[in-house]
Write a protein that binds this ligand. Structure first.
Ligand code: APR
Ligand code: PHB
Length: 391
């Protein structure tokens, strides 16, 4: 089998890249390790920057997003038991973020890909990539007990943090930068109306960080910072709701509608960047190249901006016959990646309880938060980063 671009991984990065390339008439095949049902069952983030919404609309999956997504004009910061709104819309000249689950994004992109008759090989095992330092790269995999080889012009490594693509690059050719945070996020999904349907709420409290988000007007997503050693079985639903309430302002805490969790999990927080993002004819995009802690809601949006740059580069290559886009991909993508890394790290540092920072650390955070909500300049910087820096 042969294609122009072989895409490894059918997460948001791989699916969106496939859609952008198809729209430009560039042939592509996606090879995914998991089944389609497994990919659809993963619960992930759910805040889209306008640039991400625009891309999804451009590839023809904007309809349900427009109908069911919830635009947020502001975010709220809770500290010292008081809530402060940041008017993101007003401070950025009218930009918003949209609450729409990554699960829904994946669902829509999968549906469109299937309707267009494009090939995605799900449940492929032993996926390996070869000869990407030559003009004839190949992907090998096993499907239903049979060996297959896919020849291609380029390989797009969209296979997430634990994928095979980054791991296939010789160690001497890649530099990795990493920070692991000493806590986790305990997340609960519940079919209850969100306490704050118009704004995401980020809380700083001596007991730790908290976050109120949503998937729809009848489905809420909440998080509390927890020790990384905690096991999810230790946390009853009741213990979760009690802890969340303690960390919010009294008015919000009173208003929370609780209910049985339909998903509950603990996620670690990590900052990670691998440089460069291109190795001959292999290109990394999304979580395969970088991870951000979820505090800034940037993970999915960075995957989208990477594949926008990458699809532009391939289009230049195939349509305009110039390799300038391909040659510049890594540098272009990394400039935006590092700004989002900085933002996600700084928001994580500002809002979480660190084991060794003590009362002094708490006071410094409160002073910075106070400055943030009372200075138009500081609020604007936050808002600008939150809605997404320009592509
Ligand atoms: N071969 C084929 N597919 C693989 C392999 C492999 N060896 N290893 C992993 N995959 C698949 C995974 O099963 C997954 O479906 O690659 C896909 C990677 O998807 P994501 O992890 O969702 O990464 P990405 O598409 O870059 O999306 C980034 O999604 O997970 C969030 O926090 C992340 O929001 C960010 C966004
Ligand atoms: C979510 O809705 O899951 C969410 C929202 C905002 C974040 C992180 C996660 O910063």
């Amino acid at each position: 089998m042969r294609t122009q671009v072989a895409i490894i991984g059918a997460g948001p990065a791989g699916l969106l890249l496939g859609a952008l390339l198809h729209k430009a008439g560039i042939d592509n095949v996606i090879i995914e390790r998991q089944s389609g049902d497994y990919v659809l069952g993963r619960i992930r983030a759910g805040i889209l920057e306008q640039g991400t919404v625009d891309m999804l609309t451009e590839v023809g999956v904007g309809q349900r997003l427009k109908a069911e997504g919830t635009p947020h004009h502001s975010i709220e910061l809770v500290f010292k038991s008081q809530r402060h709104a940041i008017d993101v819309h007003g401070l950025t000249g009218g930009k918003v973020v949209t609450a729409y689950g990554q699960t829904e994004v994946t669902h829509d992109l999968m549906g469109a890909r299937q309707a267009a008759g494009l090939l995605t090989v799900y449940a492929a095992s032993d996926v390996s990539i070869h000869d990407f330092d030559t003009p004839q790269p190949k992907v090998r995999y096993v499907k239903d007990g049979q060996y297959h080889e896919l020849a291609c012009d380029f390989i797009a490594g969209c296979d997430g943090f634990h994928g095979v693509c980054r791991a296939s690059v010789p160690k001497a050719s890649i530099t990795e930068y990493e920070r692991v945070y000493p806590f986790g996020w305990l997340g609960v999904l519940a079919d209850v109306p969100p306490v704050s349907p118009h704004a995401i709420v980020y809380g700083n409290h001596a007991r730790g960080f908290s976050l109120c988000s949503m998937r729809s007007l009848s489905r809420s997503r909440y998080y509390v910072q927890c020790p990384i050693e905690d096991k999810v079985e230790q946390w009853t639903d009741q213990a979760f709701w009690d802890e969340l309430r303690r960390r919010l302002d009294p008015e919000l805490a009173d208003r929370i509608v609780t209910g049985p969790s339909i998903e509950k999990s603990i996620a670690p927080l990590r900052s990670f960047v691998a440089e460069p993002m291109r190795f001959g004819r292999l290109f990394l995009a999304g979580d395969a190249a970088h991870i951000v802690p979820p505090t800034g809601a940037k993970g999915l949006n960075l995957a989208a901006s990477d594949v926008k740059y990458l699809s532009d580069a391939f289009i230049e290559q195939y349509v305009e016959k110039t390799s300038a886009g391909i040659d510049g991909y890594s540098e272009r993508a990394l400039r935006r990646v590092w700004k989002a890394e900085r933002f996600s790290w700084s928001l994580t540092t500002l809002l979480h309880r660190f084991p060794d920072s003590g009362g002094f650390g708490q006071k410094i955070q409160e002073a910075e938060l106070d400055y943030l909500v009372s200075s138009r300049a500081a609020s604007t910087a936050l808002a600008e980063n939150y809605v997404g820096l320009p592509l």
